[in-house]
Design a protein around this ligand. Structure first.
Ligand SMILES: [Zn+2]
Length: 489
Protein backbone atom coordinates (compact mmCIF):
# COMPACT_ATOMS: atom_id res chain seq x y z
CA UNK A 1 0.00 0.00 0.00
CA UNK A 2 1.33 3.45 -1.00
CA UNK A 3 -0.25 6.51 0.56
CA UNK A 4 0.42 10.15 -0.30
CA UNK A 5 -0.40 12.86 2.23
CA UNK A 6 -0.35 16.01 0.16
CA UNK A 7 0.16 19.72 0.92
CA UNK A 8 0.29 19.41 4.71
CA UNK A 9 2.03 21.69 7.16
CA UNK A 10 4.50 19.15 8.55
CA UNK A 11 6.01 19.32 12.03
CA UNK A 12 8.79 16.80 11.53
CA UNK A 13 10.42 16.68 15.02
CA UNK A 14 13.57 15.64 13.15
CA UNK A 15 16.99 16.54 14.60
CA UNK A 16 16.60 20.14 13.35
CA UNK A 17 12.95 20.40 14.46
CA UNK A 18 12.07 21.34 10.87
CA UNK A 19 8.58 22.58 10.09
CA UNK A 20 7.82 22.31 6.36
CA UNK A 21 4.95 24.12 4.65
CA UNK A 22 3.25 22.68 1.56
CA UNK A 23 4.82 19.32 2.25
CA UNK A 24 4.20 15.80 1.02
CA UNK A 25 4.57 12.63 3.04
CA UNK A 26 4.85 9.34 1.16
CA UNK A 27 4.11 6.10 2.98
CA UNK A 28 5.43 2.88 1.43
CA UNK A 29 4.09 -0.12 3.33
CA UNK A 30 4.75 0.56 7.01
CA UNK A 31 7.52 3.17 6.54
CA UNK A 32 7.86 6.75 5.35
CA UNK A 33 9.77 7.04 2.06
CA UNK A 34 9.57 10.81 1.50
CA UNK A 35 8.95 13.84 3.72
CA UNK A 36 9.57 17.20 2.07
CA UNK A 37 8.23 19.92 -0.18
CA UNK A 38 5.43 18.72 -2.46
CA UNK A 39 7.10 20.21 -5.53
CA UNK A 40 10.24 18.12 -5.00
CA UNK A 41 8.45 14.83 -4.41
CA UNK A 42 9.69 11.93 -6.56
CA UNK A 43 7.12 10.77 -9.16
CA UNK A 44 5.06 7.65 -8.54
CA UNK A 45 1.54 6.26 -8.24
CA UNK A 46 -0.44 5.86 -5.06
CA UNK A 47 -3.18 3.58 -3.74
CA UNK A 48 -4.55 6.45 -1.72
CA UNK A 49 -4.10 10.24 -1.66
CA UNK A 50 -5.05 12.23 1.44
CA UNK A 51 -5.47 15.92 0.59
CA UNK A 52 -4.08 17.67 3.67
CA UNK A 53 -3.88 21.37 2.79
CA UNK A 54 -6.13 22.01 5.80
CA UNK A 55 -4.11 19.74 8.07
CA UNK A 56 -1.05 19.80 10.27
CA UNK A 57 0.96 16.56 10.24
CA UNK A 58 2.95 15.61 13.32
CA UNK A 59 4.58 12.39 14.54
CA UNK A 60 2.27 10.12 16.52
CA UNK A 61 2.92 10.59 20.22
CA UNK A 62 4.55 7.93 22.40
CA UNK A 63 2.82 7.49 25.74
CA UNK A 64 5.82 6.20 27.67
CA UNK A 65 4.15 4.99 30.86
CA UNK A 66 0.69 3.73 31.73
CA UNK A 67 -1.13 0.76 33.23
CA UNK A 68 -3.94 -0.47 31.00
CA UNK A 69 -6.00 -2.23 33.73
CA UNK A 70 -6.67 1.14 35.40
CA UNK A 71 -9.15 2.52 32.87
CA UNK A 72 -12.21 1.07 34.57
CA UNK A 73 -11.67 3.07 37.79
CA UNK A 74 -10.97 6.56 36.43
CA UNK A 75 -12.14 9.46 38.55
CA UNK A 76 -12.97 7.38 41.62
CA UNK A 77 -9.65 6.95 43.42
CA UNK A 78 -8.86 9.28 46.33
CA UNK A 79 -6.31 12.08 45.86
CA UNK A 80 -3.98 10.71 48.52
CA UNK A 81 -0.25 9.92 48.62
CA UNK A 82 0.83 7.01 46.45
CA UNK A 83 1.23 4.42 49.20
CA UNK A 84 -2.34 5.03 50.40
CA UNK A 85 -3.73 5.48 46.87
CA UNK A 86 -2.04 2.23 45.81
CA UNK A 87 -3.85 0.20 48.45
CA UNK A 88 -7.16 1.34 46.97
CA UNK A 89 -6.07 0.96 43.37
CA UNK A 90 -4.69 -2.57 43.89
CA UNK A 91 -7.99 -3.54 45.46
CA UNK A 92 -9.77 -2.73 42.21
CA UNK A 93 -7.62 -5.22 40.28
CA UNK A 94 -8.20 -8.20 42.53
CA UNK A 95 -11.06 -9.90 40.71
CA UNK A 96 -10.43 -8.75 37.15
CA UNK A 97 -10.49 -11.49 34.50
CA UNK A 98 -9.18 -11.55 30.93
CA UNK A 99 -12.38 -10.01 29.56
CA UNK A 100 -11.99 -7.09 32.00
CA UNK A 101 -8.32 -6.53 31.11
CA UNK A 102 -9.38 -6.56 27.46
CA UNK A 103 -12.20 -4.05 28.02
CA UNK A 104 -9.96 -1.74 30.05
CA UNK A 105 -7.08 -1.77 27.54
CA UNK A 106 -9.52 -1.25 24.65
CA UNK A 107 -11.04 1.80 26.36
CA UNK A 108 -7.70 3.41 27.21
CA UNK A 109 -6.14 2.55 23.87
CA UNK A 110 -9.07 4.04 22.01
CA UNK A 111 -8.76 7.25 24.04
CA UNK A 112 -5.03 7.42 23.28
CA UNK A 113 -5.40 6.88 19.54
CA UNK A 114 -8.21 9.41 19.22
CA UNK A 115 -5.95 11.91 21.00
CA UNK A 116 -2.90 11.45 18.83
CA UNK A 117 -0.81 8.76 20.54
CA UNK A 118 0.36 5.96 18.25
CA UNK A 119 2.55 4.02 20.70
CA UNK A 120 2.04 3.17 24.35
CA UNK A 121 4.21 1.56 26.96
CA UNK A 122 1.89 -0.53 29.12
CA UNK A 123 3.65 -1.38 32.39
CA UNK A 124 1.24 -4.24 32.82
CA UNK A 125 0.29 -5.34 36.32
CA UNK A 126 -2.92 -7.33 36.64
CA UNK A 127 -3.44 -10.13 39.13
CA UNK A 128 -2.42 -13.74 39.60
CA UNK A 129 -5.71 -15.21 38.41
CA UNK A 130 -4.82 -15.76 34.77
CA UNK A 131 -1.75 -16.35 32.63
CA UNK A 132 0.78 -13.50 32.47
CA UNK A 133 -1.47 -11.58 34.90
CA UNK A 134 -3.93 -10.94 32.04
CA UNK A 135 -1.44 -9.14 29.80
CA UNK A 136 -2.39 -11.27 26.78
CA UNK A 137 -5.91 -9.85 26.81
CA UNK A 138 -4.58 -6.28 26.91
CA UNK A 139 -2.25 -7.04 23.99
CA UNK A 140 -5.18 -8.40 22.00
CA UNK A 141 -7.11 -5.17 22.60
CA UNK A 142 -4.22 -3.00 21.40
CA UNK A 143 -3.72 -5.18 18.32
CA UNK A 144 -7.44 -4.92 17.57
CA UNK A 145 -7.20 -1.12 17.76
CA UNK A 146 -4.02 -0.90 15.66
CA UNK A 147 -2.12 0.86 18.48
CA UNK A 148 1.62 0.13 18.67
CA UNK A 149 2.47 -1.18 22.14
CA UNK A 150 5.44 -2.00 24.31
CA UNK A 151 4.21 -4.26 27.10
CA UNK A 152 6.56 -4.47 30.07
CA UNK A 153 5.43 -7.32 32.29
CA UNK A 154 5.51 -6.12 35.90
CA UNK A 155 7.44 -8.51 38.12
CA UNK A 156 8.22 -8.38 41.84
CA UNK A 157 9.72 -10.97 44.18
CA UNK A 158 9.65 -9.12 47.50
CA UNK A 159 6.76 -8.91 49.89
CA UNK A 160 5.24 -5.47 49.64
CA UNK A 161 5.49 -4.86 53.40
CA UNK A 162 9.28 -5.15 53.13
CA UNK A 163 9.50 -2.50 50.43
CA UNK A 164 8.00 0.49 52.24
CA UNK A 165 9.19 2.05 55.52
CA UNK A 166 6.18 0.93 57.58
CA UNK A 167 6.21 1.61 61.31
CA UNK A 168 4.97 -0.77 64.00
CA UNK A 169 1.58 -1.82 62.66
CA UNK A 170 -1.17 -3.68 64.39
CA UNK A 171 -1.14 -7.40 63.53
CA UNK A 172 -4.53 -7.03 61.86
CA UNK A 173 -3.07 -4.52 59.39
CA UNK A 174 -0.05 -6.70 58.69
CA UNK A 175 -2.46 -9.46 57.70
CA UNK A 176 -4.15 -7.27 55.13
CA UNK A 177 -0.82 -6.01 53.75
CA UNK A 178 0.35 -9.62 53.48
CA UNK A 179 -2.81 -10.47 51.55
CA UNK A 180 -2.01 -7.62 49.18
CA UNK A 181 1.56 -8.92 48.72
CA UNK A 182 0.40 -12.45 48.10
CA UNK A 183 -1.42 -11.19 45.04
CA UNK A 184 1.82 -9.83 43.53
CA UNK A 185 5.07 -11.45 44.59
CA UNK A 186 6.36 -14.76 43.23
CA UNK A 187 9.69 -16.50 43.55
CA UNK A 188 12.54 -15.05 41.50
CA UNK A 189 12.79 -18.06 39.24
CA UNK A 190 9.03 -18.32 38.71
CA UNK A 191 8.88 -14.69 37.55
CA UNK A 192 11.93 -14.94 35.29
CA UNK A 193 10.53 -18.09 33.67
CA UNK A 194 7.11 -16.51 33.23
CA UNK A 195 8.60 -13.31 31.80
CA UNK A 196 10.71 -15.27 29.29
CA UNK A 197 7.63 -17.24 28.24
CA UNK A 198 5.63 -14.02 27.97
CA UNK A 199 8.21 -12.55 25.59
CA UNK A 200 8.38 -15.79 23.60
CA UNK A 201 4.59 -15.83 23.26
CA UNK A 202 3.87 -12.19 22.43
CA UNK A 203 6.93 -10.34 21.13
CA UNK A 204 6.05 -9.65 17.48
CA UNK A 205 6.90 -6.19 16.09
CA UNK A 206 5.01 -7.00 12.88
CA UNK A 207 1.87 -7.30 15.03
CA UNK A 208 2.81 -4.00 16.74
CA UNK A 209 3.89 -5.78 19.96
CA UNK A 210 7.18 -5.33 21.78
CA UNK A 211 7.17 -7.56 24.87
CA UNK A 212 9.80 -6.92 27.54
CA UNK A 213 10.53 -7.19 31.27
CA UNK A 214 9.19 -4.49 33.61
CA UNK A 215 10.47 -4.94 37.17
CA UNK A 216 7.86 -3.26 39.37
CA UNK A 217 10.33 -0.96 41.15
CA UNK A 218 13.96 -1.21 42.23
CA UNK A 219 13.16 -1.72 45.93
CA UNK A 220 10.45 -4.29 45.14
CA UNK A 221 12.87 -6.69 43.42
CA UNK A 222 15.83 -8.75 44.55
CA UNK A 223 19.13 -8.09 42.78
CA UNK A 224 18.78 -11.52 41.20
CA UNK A 225 15.44 -10.58 39.64
CA UNK A 226 16.72 -7.18 38.43
CA UNK A 227 19.84 -8.64 36.81
CA UNK A 228 17.92 -11.62 35.42
CA UNK A 229 15.40 -9.26 33.79
CA UNK A 230 18.18 -7.01 32.45
CA UNK A 231 20.02 -9.99 30.95
CA UNK A 232 16.80 -11.19 29.34
CA UNK A 233 16.27 -7.75 27.76
CA UNK A 234 19.91 -7.43 26.64
CA UNK A 235 20.00 -10.90 25.09
CA UNK A 236 16.91 -10.18 22.99
CA UNK A 237 17.74 -6.51 22.30
CA UNK A 238 14.61 -5.35 24.13
CA UNK A 239 13.82 -2.36 26.32
CA UNK A 240 13.38 -2.64 30.09
CA UNK A 241 11.05 -0.47 32.15
CA UNK A 242 10.90 0.13 35.90
CA UNK A 243 9.28 2.49 38.41
CA UNK A 244 11.99 4.66 40.02
CA UNK A 245 11.82 6.87 43.10
CA UNK A 246 8.20 7.93 42.67
CA UNK A 247 7.78 8.96 46.32
CA UNK A 248 9.93 10.08 49.21
CA UNK A 249 8.99 6.90 51.11
CA UNK A 250 10.53 4.84 48.30
CA UNK A 251 13.74 6.90 48.30
CA UNK A 252 13.95 6.59 52.10
CA UNK A 253 13.48 2.83 51.86
CA UNK A 254 16.10 2.62 49.09
CA UNK A 255 18.60 4.46 51.25
CA UNK A 256 17.77 2.07 54.10
CA UNK A 257 18.20 -1.10 52.00
CA UNK A 258 21.12 -0.10 49.77
CA UNK A 259 22.85 2.77 51.59
CA UNK A 260 22.55 4.98 48.52
CA UNK A 261 20.05 6.07 45.87
CA UNK A 262 17.84 3.63 43.98
CA UNK A 263 19.38 4.59 40.62
CA UNK A 264 22.88 4.14 41.98
CA UNK A 265 21.84 0.67 43.03
CA UNK A 266 20.76 -0.14 39.48
CA UNK A 267 24.06 1.31 38.27
CA UNK A 268 26.00 -0.90 40.69
CA UNK A 269 24.25 -3.91 39.10
CA UNK A 270 25.39 -2.68 35.67
CA UNK A 271 21.90 -2.32 34.23
CA UNK A 272 21.56 1.41 33.54
CA UNK A 273 21.81 1.77 29.75
CA UNK A 274 20.04 3.20 26.71
CA UNK A 275 17.36 0.49 26.81
CA UNK A 276 16.33 1.37 30.39
CA UNK A 277 13.40 3.70 31.01
CA UNK A 278 12.39 4.71 34.52
CA UNK A 279 8.89 5.93 35.28
CA UNK A 280 8.67 9.07 37.45
CA UNK A 281 12.31 9.40 38.62
CA UNK A 282 11.35 12.12 41.10
CA UNK A 283 13.21 11.64 44.40
CA UNK A 284 16.74 11.59 43.02
CA UNK A 285 20.15 12.78 44.10
CA UNK A 286 22.02 15.27 41.90
CA UNK A 287 24.45 12.53 40.85
CA UNK A 288 21.47 10.53 39.52
CA UNK A 289 20.77 13.23 36.91
CA UNK A 290 24.36 12.89 35.67
CA UNK A 291 24.04 9.12 35.65
CA UNK A 292 20.98 9.28 33.37
CA UNK A 293 22.94 11.56 31.03
CA UNK A 294 26.09 9.44 31.05
CA UNK A 295 24.31 6.14 30.46
CA UNK A 296 21.70 7.40 27.98
CA UNK A 297 18.82 6.02 30.04
CA UNK A 298 15.36 7.64 29.98
CA UNK A 299 13.37 9.02 32.89
CA UNK A 300 9.65 9.15 32.04
CA UNK A 301 7.75 12.19 33.31
CA UNK A 302 4.07 11.72 34.27
CA UNK A 303 2.92 15.20 35.25
CA UNK A 304 -0.82 14.59 35.75
CA UNK A 305 -0.32 11.53 37.92
CA UNK A 306 2.42 13.20 39.97
CA UNK A 307 0.06 16.10 40.70
CA UNK A 308 -2.98 13.93 41.34
CA UNK A 309 -1.34 11.85 44.08
CA UNK A 310 1.16 14.46 45.21
CA UNK A 311 4.30 12.50 44.40
CA UNK A 312 6.49 15.56 43.75
CA UNK A 313 7.99 17.49 40.86
CA UNK A 314 10.48 15.55 38.70
CA UNK A 315 13.81 17.24 37.95
CA UNK A 316 12.84 17.75 34.32
CA UNK A 317 14.65 21.08 33.98
CA UNK A 318 17.84 19.54 35.38
CA UNK A 319 17.45 16.50 33.11
CA UNK A 320 17.07 18.67 30.03
CA UNK A 321 19.98 20.92 31.00
CA UNK A 322 22.15 17.80 31.38
CA UNK A 323 21.09 16.47 27.97
CA UNK A 324 19.03 13.57 29.34
CA UNK A 325 16.50 11.86 27.03
CA UNK A 326 13.22 12.51 28.94
CA UNK A 327 10.04 10.65 27.95
CA UNK A 328 6.45 11.60 28.72
CA UNK A 329 3.51 9.53 29.90
CA UNK A 330 -0.03 9.69 31.19
CA UNK A 331 0.41 6.95 33.82
CA UNK A 332 -2.68 4.85 34.50
CA UNK A 333 -6.19 6.26 34.61
CA UNK A 334 -6.43 5.51 38.34
CA UNK A 335 -4.01 8.41 38.97
CA UNK A 336 -4.57 10.68 35.98
CA UNK A 337 -7.66 10.12 35.15
CA UNK A 338 -7.44 9.80 31.39
CA UNK A 339 -5.10 8.77 28.62
CA UNK A 340 -4.84 11.98 26.61
CA UNK A 341 -1.24 12.80 25.69
CA UNK A 342 -2.10 16.41 24.76
CA UNK A 343 -2.99 16.87 28.43
CA UNK A 344 0.41 15.46 29.50
CA UNK A 345 2.14 17.61 26.90
CA UNK A 346 0.58 20.83 28.12
CA UNK A 347 1.21 20.04 31.78
CA UNK A 348 4.86 19.16 31.07
CA UNK A 349 5.31 22.57 29.45
CA UNK A 350 3.61 24.40 32.35
CA UNK A 351 4.34 22.93 35.76
CA UNK A 352 8.11 23.45 35.78
CA UNK A 353 7.75 27.22 35.45
CA UNK A 354 8.04 27.79 39.17
CA UNK A 355 8.60 31.25 40.60
CA UNK A 356 12.17 31.94 41.61
CA UNK A 357 13.71 29.17 39.49
CA UNK A 358 16.02 29.89 36.55
CA UNK A 359 13.56 30.75 33.76
CA UNK A 360 16.25 29.95 31.19
CA UNK A 361 15.71 26.30 32.11
CA UNK A 362 11.91 26.29 31.87
CA UNK A 363 10.57 23.66 29.49
CA UNK A 364 10.12 25.02 25.96
CA UNK A 365 7.30 23.84 23.66
CA UNK A 366 9.72 22.02 21.37
CA UNK A 367 11.34 20.25 24.35
CA UNK A 368 7.90 19.16 25.58
CA UNK A 369 6.93 17.91 22.12
CA UNK A 370 10.24 16.03 21.82
CA UNK A 371 9.47 14.31 25.14
CA UNK A 372 6.07 13.28 23.77
CA UNK A 373 7.43 11.97 20.46
CA UNK A 374 11.03 11.11 19.52
CA UNK A 375 12.40 10.72 23.07
CA UNK A 376 9.91 8.00 23.95
CA UNK A 377 10.55 6.21 20.66
CA UNK A 378 14.29 6.30 21.35
CA UNK A 379 13.80 4.83 24.82
CA UNK A 380 11.97 1.83 23.36
CA UNK A 381 14.26 1.35 20.35
CA UNK A 382 11.55 2.26 17.84
CA UNK A 383 12.17 4.06 14.52
CA UNK A 384 9.33 6.43 15.33
CA UNK A 385 8.53 9.81 16.88
CA UNK A 386 9.96 11.71 13.88
CA UNK A 387 8.66 12.31 10.40
CA UNK A 388 11.62 11.46 8.17
CA UNK A 389 12.34 8.92 5.41
CA UNK A 390 12.93 5.45 6.80
CA UNK A 391 10.86 6.00 9.94
CA UNK A 392 7.82 3.89 10.77
CA UNK A 393 4.64 5.42 9.35
CA UNK A 394 3.12 6.52 12.69
CA UNK A 395 1.61 9.99 12.34
CA UNK A 396 -1.27 12.27 13.16
CA UNK A 397 -3.18 14.81 11.06
CA UNK A 398 -4.74 17.68 13.00
CA UNK A 399 -7.41 19.94 11.52
CA UNK A 400 -5.94 23.42 11.34
CA UNK A 401 -9.06 25.47 10.65
CA UNK A 402 -9.98 25.46 14.34
CA UNK A 403 -9.70 27.93 17.25
CA UNK A 404 -6.55 26.18 18.54
CA UNK A 405 -4.66 26.93 15.32
CA UNK A 406 -6.26 30.25 14.34
CA UNK A 407 -4.52 32.55 13.72
CA UNK A 408 -1.59 30.27 13.04
CA UNK A 409 1.23 32.00 14.92
CA UNK A 410 3.57 29.24 16.04
CA UNK A 411 2.53 25.73 15.14
CA UNK A 412 4.59 23.92 17.81
CA UNK A 413 3.57 26.43 20.49
CA UNK A 414 -0.07 25.90 19.51
CA UNK A 415 0.21 22.09 19.46
CA UNK A 416 1.60 22.23 23.01
CA UNK A 417 -0.43 25.02 24.60
CA UNK A 418 -3.69 25.17 22.58
CA UNK A 419 -4.54 21.72 21.25
CA UNK A 420 -6.44 19.27 23.49
CA UNK A 421 -6.98 16.38 21.10
CA UNK A 422 -10.29 17.58 19.70
CA UNK A 423 -8.70 18.48 16.34
CA UNK A 424 -7.29 15.00 15.68
CA UNK A 425 -8.66 13.98 12.28
CA UNK A 426 -6.54 11.09 11.02
CA UNK A 427 -4.14 8.75 12.79
CA UNK A 428 -1.89 6.34 10.92
CA UNK A 429 -0.01 3.53 12.67
CA UNK A 430 2.42 1.27 10.82
CA UNK A 431 1.09 2.64 7.51
CA UNK A 432 -2.54 1.85 8.33
CA UNK A 433 -5.27 4.46 8.87
CA UNK A 434 -6.63 3.62 12.34
CA UNK A 435 -8.49 6.89 13.03
CA UNK A 436 -10.40 8.69 10.30
CA UNK A 437 -12.41 11.88 10.82
CA UNK A 438 -11.74 11.44 14.52
CA UNK A 439 -13.23 7.93 14.75
CA UNK A 440 -11.46 4.60 15.22
CA UNK A 441 -11.64 2.56 12.02
CA UNK A 442 -10.86 -0.90 13.37
CA UNK A 443 -13.18 -1.16 16.37
CA UNK A 444 -16.75 -0.10 17.05
CA UNK A 445 -16.39 2.73 19.56
CA UNK A 446 -19.90 2.35 20.98
CA UNK A 447 -19.33 -1.34 21.63
CA UNK A 448 -15.97 -0.61 23.26
CA UNK A 449 -17.65 1.81 25.68
CA UNK A 450 -20.41 -0.69 26.45
CA UNK A 451 -17.85 -3.42 27.08
CA UNK A 452 -16.05 -1.22 29.62
CA UNK A 453 -19.26 -0.21 31.38
CA UNK A 454 -20.41 -3.84 31.62
CA UNK A 455 -17.04 -4.96 32.99
CA UNK A 456 -17.14 -2.25 35.64
CA UNK A 457 -20.69 -3.20 36.60
CA UNK A 458 -19.81 -6.87 36.91
CA UNK A 459 -16.77 -6.02 39.06
CA UNK A 460 -18.62 -3.68 41.38
CA UNK A 461 -19.29 -6.04 44.33
CA UNK A 462 -15.64 -7.12 44.46
CA UNK A 463 -14.43 -3.54 44.06
CA UNK A 464 -16.58 -2.36 46.97
CA UNK A 465 -15.50 -5.28 49.15
CA UNK A 466 -11.80 -4.83 48.38
CA UNK A 467 -11.88 -1.04 48.77
CA UNK A 468 -13.29 -1.52 52.26
CA UNK A 469 -10.44 -3.92 53.07
CA UNK A 470 -7.90 -1.43 51.67
CA UNK A 471 -9.34 1.29 53.89
CA UNK A 472 -8.16 -0.61 56.98
CA UNK A 473 -4.56 -0.01 55.84
CA UNK A 474 -4.91 3.73 55.62
CA UNK A 475 -3.97 4.68 59.23
CA UNK A 476 -0.66 2.77 59.11
CA UNK A 477 0.18 4.16 55.68
CA UNK A 478 -0.76 7.69 56.73
CA UNK A 479 1.50 7.39 59.78
CA UNK A 480 4.33 6.35 57.47
CA UNK A 481 3.70 9.27 55.11
CA UNK A 482 3.82 11.90 57.81
CA UNK A 483 6.84 10.28 59.48
CA UNK A 484 8.81 10.22 56.21
CA UNK A 485 8.19 13.94 55.79
CA UNK A 486 9.07 14.61 59.43
CA UNK A 487 5.62 15.81 60.41
CA UNK A 488 3.28 14.69 63.15
CA UNK A 489 -0.11 13.51 61.88
ZN1 LIG B 1 3.16 3.57 37.07
Amino acid sequence: MRILINNALVVTMNERDDVIEQAAIVIDGNRLSYVGPTDRMPPGSFDRVIEASRMIAMPGMVNSHCHSPANLVRGMMPSKPLEIWRAYYRASLRDMRDEDFYASALLGGMEMLKNGATTVLDHFAGNQVGRFMGAGAAIQAMRDLGLRHVVALTITDKNYEDTIPLGETAPALTGEIKRMSAGEAKSTKAWLDECAEFIETFHAPEKLTTACPGPSAVQRCTDELLTGAAEMAAKRNLPMHVHLAETKAQAVQGQKIYGHSLLRHLESLGIVGTNLSCAHSIWLQDEDVEMFAKRGATPVHNPASNLRIGSGLAKVKEFLAAGVNVGLGTDGSASNDGQNMFDALRLAALIHNQAGTDFNQWVTPVQALAMATRNGARAFGLDAGRLAPGMLADLVLLRRETPAFTPLNDVIGQIVFCENGSDVDTVIVNGEVVVEEGRCTKVNEKEALELASKARERLDPSIQRELAAAKTLEPALAEMYFRVFGKAE
